[in-house]
Design a protein around this ligand. Structure first.
Ligand code: HEC
Length: 240
């Protein structure tokens, strides 16, 4: 085989090798940063369920105005505690040392988690907790094996168990809902989509504004083009 041929084979095989080496299958999530209702639902879920242990210290509550929430809404719907200012950063309720003692690992800051993990990973992770009595927390996760985090959305999704089937010597793992939660599985998926949407927004809050400015610039240029065209006609009208 000559060198060129070898290079071709390598190039073609690379994506296949990358897929083979990534063990966990990630489900796709449709992120829509223009869907304010979804972002607001995600923000509520995040502040009520995640700030107990995690902080989002690059994010201030009043920045929620970028997703269409005014001060009164933030105070009422996010249930901002009395002693927390609207201009405060999102701090966690539990301090890092206590959390480390309780869970063995300090819960990381989630401000930019969507940028490091990616949306599909987060969406899959929040849907792949299962009961595991061998773990201190009672939970395990197929996307993040032996994770220190207990499953804090179990009341919504319910309790999953890990089923292992053997097929011709291969182990096929799947998660089965053993005890239902308060949400149907499609409702839970949609709630986690909102939560992931919010985490992506939080990783780059300027993105929504940049999008808006982009459209305003395009609209301005279109109007300018129309005006210049009319002007050109006016100037050339007597010359022909
Ligand atoms: C009871 C405390 C607690 C709560 C509440 C909690 N977590 Fe966690 N979380 C942890 C701990 C502890 C870890 C570290 C796990 C590890 O590294 O093994 C963690 C890890 C994570 C990770 C993985 C971070 C990484 O290493 O990449 C993500 C993502 C995450 N949590 C998201 C959330 C979201 C979203 C919520 C709200 C729905 C939430 N967590 C609520 C304790 C908590």
């Amino acid at each position: 085989m000559n060198v060129i041929k070898k290079l071709w084979v390598l190039l073609l095989a690379a994506p296949a090798m990358a897929i083979a080496s990534s063990e966990v299958h990630l489900d796709k999530v449709a992120i829509d940063l223009n869907n304010q209702a979804s972002l607001q639902r995600g923000a509520k879920l995040f502040t009520s369920r995640c700030l107990a242990c995690h902080a989002a210290s690059y994010m201030r509550y009043n920045r929620l105005s970028d997703i269409g929430m005014n001060e009164a809404q933030v105070k009422k719907e996010i249930e901002l505690p009395e002693d927390v200012q609207i201009s405060s950063k999102m701090q966690s309720v539990m301090d890092a040392n206590t959390a480390k003692l309780s869970y063995g690992v300090a819960p990381p800051d989630l401000s930019v988690i969507a940028r490091s993990r990616g949306a599909d990973w987060l969406y899959t992770y929040m849907r792949s907790f299962y009961i595991d009595p061998t773990r201190a927390s009672g939970w395990n996760n197929t996307t993040f094996p032996n994770v220190g985090m207990p499953f804090v959305l179990a009341d919504l999704q319910g309790e999953q168990i890990l089923k292992i089937d053997k097929h011709d010597g291969h182990e096929i793992k799947s998660l089965v809902l053993n005890t239902p939660g308060s949400m149907r599985s499609d409702e839970y998926d949609s709630a986690v989509t909102d939560l992931t949407n919010y985490l992506v927004f939080m990783g780059d809050p300027g993105e929504v504004m940049r999008h808006k400015i982009g459209w305003i610039v395009l609209a301005f240029l279109s109007i300018l083009l129309a005006l210049v065209y009319v002007l050109k006609k006016e100037i050339w009208k007597d010359i022909h």
